[in-house]
Design a protein around this ligand. Structure first.
Ligand SMILES: Cc1cc2nc3c(=O)[nH]c(=O)nc-3n(C[C@H](O)[C@H](O)[C@H](O)COP(=O)(O)OP(=O)(O)OC[C@H]3O[C@@H](n4cnc5c(N)ncnc54)[C@H](O)[C@@H]3O)c2cc1C
Length: 382
């Protein structure tokens, strides 16, 4: 295997950010606030690639609002001085709008993004990384992996899972005849259900955890968001939505008569639900680590194990940003959560290279920096 040359060592970036979604751009903006850091961003598509491919019906469920200036930046902004609500004059942005916001941010801050360049491999050698990209190797001292989850849809592990359509596929959103069966009742499952109800369909949602039920937990990573609860009430009022608090155990496909199909989902409570089209799995995503999969250890629940600075515990200099970040029971799966770590990662890297990180104080002043993990969690008195 080729070793890193002296020339590559001299040319090495301080940081390579992989991915130009909200996590990658947000980290890059924080790195930009540190003095004299040499960094770059590589993106396999274009800026905001994932959001550009969202089904047109889908909207961000976290609302945008121009609350910046009072220590409370827009929930979907990736820099304290920007607001998607201001840019697009709307509160629940579509994927295309949010991608437009990200493009605007990249341009306004003149971020060094190399588009249409996928990272294929990552190797560590003598304190440096050599990152294999479509345009050749990039040597760097640190990597921030911000590749997102959307390219890593997760189907449930049950017999017949191959018959399911994942909620991230556009097919799951297409109009269909007869009842629609959705496995998974958290955000994307209820979002899909409301979408098909609005189309006039009858919908059955199955989930043993019953995320739709009343509960005391206020954390939106566990409980449905207010917008979804409002939509759910409307969908229930039609009388065409059935919510079943039981998990799917298997899926089978039959052909009752030539040219017809029937899908049968067996539930843990012994009940069977049927549809003429493939059931939809709204069962979430994996961590999407791609070529850095082997460079992270795993938590008992399978998610990447990180130290308190969001760095891999097995590969020094490899940081993770985005919805796959988890510390104990805390899940940083929304933009307003994982953005709290952009400035922290930038500070850790900046200080390790002896740079002045004073520019990051603005992020803390504006409520976009959490470096004490004990302080997060959502408990609302009412
Ligand atoms: C259906 C859905 C709805 C959601 N709604 C909300 C919401 O309302 N509010 C909220 O806060 N969060 C929401 N989320 C969570 C969402 O995942 C994150 O907010 C956001 O998309 C994650 O940002 P990211 O930058 O980590 O990932 P992405 O936006 O996916 O960006 C990752 C980027 O990395 C690039 N990339 C990946 N691999 C490589 C590679 N090997 N080389 C180069 N580039 C690569 C991709 O092309 C992509 O552009 C939602 C997620 C889903 C799936």
């Amino acid at each position: 295997m080729k070793t890193i040359t002296d020339r590559e060592r001299r040319q090495a970036l301080d940081v390579l950010v992989v991915g130009a979604g909200p996590a990658g751009l947000g980290c890059a903006l924080a790195l930009d606030a540190v003095d004299d850091l040499r960094f770059g961003i590589v993106e396999r598509g274009t800026v905001g690639e994932t959001f550009r491919h969202w089904p047109t019906e889908q909207r961000l469920l976290t609302p945008s609002f121009t609350s910046n200036g009072y220590g409370s930046p827009d929930l979907n902004s990736v820099h304290p001085d920007t607001s998607p609500a201001y840019s697009f004059e709307t509160d629940y942005l579509s994927g295309v709008q949010y991608a437009g916001y990200l493009r605007g941010v990249a341009a306004a801050f003149d971020l060094p993004v190399l588009e249409n360049t996928a990272v294929r491999s990552v190797r560590r050698d003598g304190g440096l990384f050599l990152v294999g990209t479509d345009r050749g190797p990039v040597p760097c001292r640190n990597i921030i992996w911000a590749g997102g989850e959307h390219h890593d849809p997760r189907l449930p592990e049950l017999p017949g899972a191959q018959h399911l359509q994942h909620s991230a596929s556009s097919a799951a959103w297409q109009r269909r005849e007869g009842p629609v069966v959705v496995i998974g009742g958290y955000e994307s499952g209820i979002d899909l259900a409301c979408h098909h109800i609005a189309d006039g369909a009858e919908v059955i949602v199955v989930d043993g955890d019953e995320p739709w039920s009343e509960e005391s937990v206020a954390d939106p990573s566990v409980r449905l968001s207010p917008r979804t609860l409002v939509r759910l009430r409307g969908a229930r009022a039609t009388g065409r939505l059935t919510l079943i608090g039981s998990s799917a155990r298997s899926v089978t496909r039959h052909a009752p008569t030539p040219g017809t199909e029937e899908y049968v989902v067996l539930l843990g409570n012994g009940r069977r639900v049927r549809s003429a089209t493939p059931p939809v799995a709204a069962t979430g995503f994996g961590p999407g680590l791609g070529p850095v999969t082997g460079l992270f250890d795993r938590r008992p629940d399978g998610w990447p194990l990180l130290d308190e600075d969001d760095c891999s515990t097995t590969t020094p200099g490899l940081y993770l940003s985005g919805p796959a970040v988890r510390h104990d029971a805390r899940r940083f799966c929304f933009i307003y959560k994982f953005r709290q770590r952009f400035a922290h990662i930038a500070r850790v890297i900046g200080e390790s290279l002896g740079q002045d990180c004073g520019g990051l104080d603005h992020w803390r002043d504006e409520g976009m920096l959490i470096d004490d993990l004990d302080c997060c969690g959502t408990v609302c008195a009412c």
